[in-house]
Write a protein that binds this ligand. Sequence first.
Ligand SMILES: [Zn+2]
Length: 410
Amino acid sequence: MRATNLHLKTLKEVPKSESSINAQLLIRAGFIEKLTSGVYNFLPLGLKVVDNIEGIIRTEMNKLGGQEILMAALQPKQNWEETGRWKTFNALFQVKSQYDQWYALGPTHEEIVTPLAQKYILSYKDLPLYLYQIQTKFRDEPRPKSGLLRTREFIMKDLYSFHTNEADLDKYYEKMKAGYLAIYKKLRLPVLLVEASGGTFSKYSHEFQVITESGEDIIYHCLHCGFSQNQDIVQNKKICPKCKHKLDRVTGIEVGNIFKLKDKYSQPFNLKFIDKNGQEKIVIMGCYGLGVSRLMGALAEIFHDDKGLKWPEPVSPFKYHLVPLFSGNSKDDKAVQKLTDTVYRELTKHNIDVLYDDRKDISNGEKLVDADLLGMPFRLVISSRTIKNNSVEIKNRATGVIKTISYKRL
Ligand SMILES: [Zn+2]
């Protein structure tokens, strides 16, 4: 893509209202735009990152038997009254229509997916069933902060599993843990699997935490045996309960959580099935959340330096950022232009994602500053120094290593 078609505009100033690194960089680089407190618009570059993250998640969910659906964000109050959560759910967005109807803007979908599944689950032959969606969700946060890490509107993947018994749920839960770890590995995000409170219905749930200083969650972690627990449930915050070594206190960004719901939602919605012996039994459920827009924020928090973003290749909007540098010598500049056009044409022909900085009204220095800010994995520079051998200078954004190679070797 040509930068002029993208209407690429970067900002020099850090937005004053944003204190988090992820929002500062993503806004300055033109990936997102702030609409109001806790609500962001995703611009072309940002949407490409979202699409890439979603693609990685979809692949793993489909491997685990998930069927993708799309449920409503606008949810009748009655569904939330069935489970008692209309009054108890923390930060539930409640809206009243002009026709005196109350709705929730969905922060999660147990109240919708359980009665939905009830229409299709009749006997044990209909189980197990795995339904997931990637969708916009809402939370009425009192104080949105930390950029994309804590917002009022966000993109999330949620999968709900339905089973004949707890043993089958336990088995699937373990498969999902492995699936989540595979997703984080593809995203290049180092995560800790952390035990968290299971609420009233299970001993533990699990969170996936990216360990970083900017994280809001406090985790106690044992370097010796790997034991990790959320601060809310650690009994003794000094000594590891498993191996008695000293516990480390670290902070993290929660980028996923998985719960064994058991019959918490199938009971109120009377979700039952007929087993092999003709007996009516309650359906057992699990749920598995993964924040897509929050992952984008976490990636920006982890992969950046003082010059800008450093996207890992699997999520980067483009693999290459192609930058021609002009010297003012018209003969040289003509050759630079010609070689740059050739490289762009060849890469595009082979379906390789490349952002071509074809802007005419900015200086060489500004182009290079923007390339570092936008953070594509590889910067390609073509200048009077490289044209003689049909070469390009390639810089790895993550390592800073620069090499000069023939463009045919890209
Ligand atoms: Zn230990």
